[in-house]
Write a protein that binds this ligand. Structure first.
Ligand SMILES: C[S@@+](CC[C@H](N)C(=O)[O-])C[C@H]1O[C@@H](n2cnc3c(N)ncnc32)[C@H](O)[C@@H]1O
Length: 263
């Protein structure tokens, strides 16, 4: 396992059994959740009328505010932005209502059918390679990059760099991991209790994100950290890139700029 990176697993999402969803999609739970799993998950959630806790839905407005303020620290409002892996578009609808021009992209259509009820914007269900070059002043990756392995993350950043105009911004919003004590619990659950969870992908320390993105030529220009209420907290103290268990950051927001000219 690469230092500063560890796999994540879970079983329950808003009351939905994820292993059951993976079985329905015909995907072994050891495989990282893919388009078929997300498609089945959103279909299942649609049948439950997309019920989520009011705190979870309310948090999306605060995520939108945090993203907007991070970008505005460095640039005017983007002429045209795209949010990749936009899911139900819950964050983006706040950005769009605030006057931003944000297109949505997904690897499956189920969730975007829901998003279309709330926003009139262009939606893409192509993969990244099908998106236009040098078209966007900002690319948003909100709760997305954890799905990629290291090679997939690098390819993803290359595609983002291609889509961005010179000087454009890539914003990465992701979980901010603590020391991976959860892996000890998972080992116990998996091998002692025989309980299976769905593999979601990988969590990474901010240093690992930054190194991966910078390796593809984008310059890191900002890093902010947020607690469970999406209030900003100071950068937490870390060991090997992971924050100590008592620290409060649950989300990191990293901003990168595409140089005006290729190096
Ligand atoms: C945790 S959800 C985040 C959704 C939304 N961005 C949010 O923050 O509420 C991750 C999303 O990534 C999408 N996804 C996974 N792999 C993808 C890929 N290769 N291309 C585009 N979207 C992808 C999934 O369908 C899912 O909607």
């Amino acid at each position: 396992m690469r230092l500063g990176t560890y796999p994540i697993y879970s079983r329950d999402w808003h009351g939905i059994d994820l292993v059951d969803v993976a079985r329905e999609a015909g995907v072994p739970e050891k495989t990282v959740a893919n388009r078929d799993v997300y498609s089945a998950l959103y279909r299942r959630w649609a049948r439950a009328s997309f019920r989520a806790s009011p705190e979870w839905a309310g948090g999306k407005q605060k995520v939108a505010d945090a993203i907007r303020s991070t970008i505005l620290r460095h640039a005017p409002p983007p002429e045209l932005a795209i949010s990749l892996g936009a899911g139900l578009g819950l964050v983006e609808q706040h950005l769009i209502r605030s006057g931003w021009n944000v297109e949505l992209q997904e690897c499956q259509a189920e969730s975007l059918d829901y998003a279309r009820r709330f926003v009139a914007t262009r939606v893409w269900t192509t993969d990244f390679a099908g998106l236009p070059s040098a078209a966007y002043s900002a690319v948003l990756a909100i709760g997305l990059v954890y799905v990629f392995d290291t090679a997939g993350y690098r390819t993803f950043v290359r595609e983002c760099a291609r889509m961005l105009k010179p000087g454009g911004l890539l914003l990465v919003w992701d979980h901010d991991p603590r020391l991976p004590l959860a892996l000890v619990k998972r080992f116990f659950d998996r091998y002692v209790r025989g309980r299976h969870d769905l593999r979601w992908g990988w969590l990474r320390s901010p240093a690992v994100h930054t190194a991966l993105v910078a390796s593809q030529g984008l310059q890191p220009i900002d890093a902010r950290f947020f607690d469970a209420r999406i209030d900003e907290v100071p950068p937490p103290s870390r060991v090997a890139g992971f924050q100590m268990p008592a620290e409060r950051s649950v989300a990191l927001c990293l901003l990168f700029r595409k140089p005006m000219r290729d190096a």
